[in-house]
Design a protein around this ligand. Structure first.
Ligand code: NAD
Length: 276
């Protein structure tokens, strides 16, 4: 299984290779739980871990990476600068704090968590500096709509490599995804399982039956088949393993389209246009 996971790699627009499948750790508030789930995931083939300063578990994530059976250099870790940490000087300090909590000497990917007002432009300048100083291998954004990306790219020296957005069959983000693809910005899905609120859908259930898979596995396979990096969250060992067992089948073009058609523009999280 580990080998199959290692094959799912995306090359970002700066040449850095990013695993196409990983573990999310939002709402894993206890460091010990974050440590254990990260270690379990890595020991079962995961190579991408998604955290954020806001999740308050970077200590646990760093410990899990360290205690796992795999070298730090083989693991791709993402963190994010939180809304209240944005601005030039604040971002430099926030990054230093994240790196210290993770107990790393570099980070693989650093994202602007949300497009706060006009502040994100200064945040980006700080991230470009950290990137130039080789403290971060790639920089990107999260929850950016097309107009946010345009505003950022108008003044950026370094193009964002990734846009991490809420993405599942009830929120397919057609326009943002097409824009990102045309700009070679890799789309990454957050809440890919709609936080468990989508498993009863009939189309998903019938595909699950056809392939002898669970609804979660069908949705995660759809992420892979639609060229989107995915980071399902679980702290449960069996589910961590289950979620990664999606490389022994694939969906037909018609089945991918039938899942695309489930879109209802329905969010589990805030809308980037009106978040506070
Ligand atoms: P998710 O869609 O990954 O759902 C997680 C929930 O689904 C779990 O708590 C569990 O209850 C359930 N689940 C997981 N695997 C299952 C399985 N095999 N069978 C049945 N139930 C299962 O939701 P999420 O945690 O919100 O999103 C994933 C990750 O995305 C987060 O952990 C975080 O890293 C990231 N994220 C980023 C942002 C952002 O603003 N950038 C926002 C939210 C989440």
């Amino acid at each position: 299984m580990g080998n199959e996971l290692l094959n799912v790699v995306k090359t970002l627009n700066n040449g850095v290779k990013m695993p196409g499948f990983g573990l999310g750790v939002y709402k894993v508030w206890e460091d010990a739980d974050a440590r254990d789930s990260v270690r379990t995931a890595i020991d079962h083939g995961y190579r991408l871990i998604d955290t954020a300063s806001y999740y308050d578990n970077e200590d646990g994530v760093g410990a899990g990476v360290k205690e796992s059976s795999t070298n730090r250099e083989e693991i791709f870790v993402t963190s994010k600068v939180w809304n209240e940490e944005q601005g030039y000087d604040e971002t430099l300090r926030a990054f230093e704090r994240s790196l210290k909590r993770l107990n790393f000497d570099y980070l693989d990917l650093y994202l602007i968590h949300w497009p706060v007002g006009d502040l994100f432009k200064d945040t980006w300048k700080a991230m470009e500096r950290l990137y130039d100083e080789k403290l971060i291998r790639a920089i990107g954004v999260s929850n950016f709509n097309i107009h946010h990306l345009e505003k950022l790219m108008n003044q950026a020296n370094v193009k964002p490599t990734v846009n991490q957005i809420e993405y599942h069959p009830h929120l397919t983000q057609k326009e943002v995804k097409a824009f990102c693809e045309s700009e070679e910005i890799q789309v990454e899905a957050w809440s890919p399982l709609k936080r468990g609120q989508i498993f009863k859908d009939e189309t998903i259930q019938s595909l699950a039956e056809k392939y002898g898979k669970t609804p979660a596995q069908i949705i995660l396979r759809w992420d892979i088949d639609t060229n989107v990096i995915t980071i399902p969250k679980s702290v449960n060992k069996d589910r961590i393993i289950e979620n990664s067992q999606i490389f022994d089948f694939s969906l037909t073009a018609e089945e991918v389209e039938s899942l695309n058609q489930l879109n209802k523009n329905e969010r589990t999280g805030p809308d980037p246009e009106i978040f506070s």
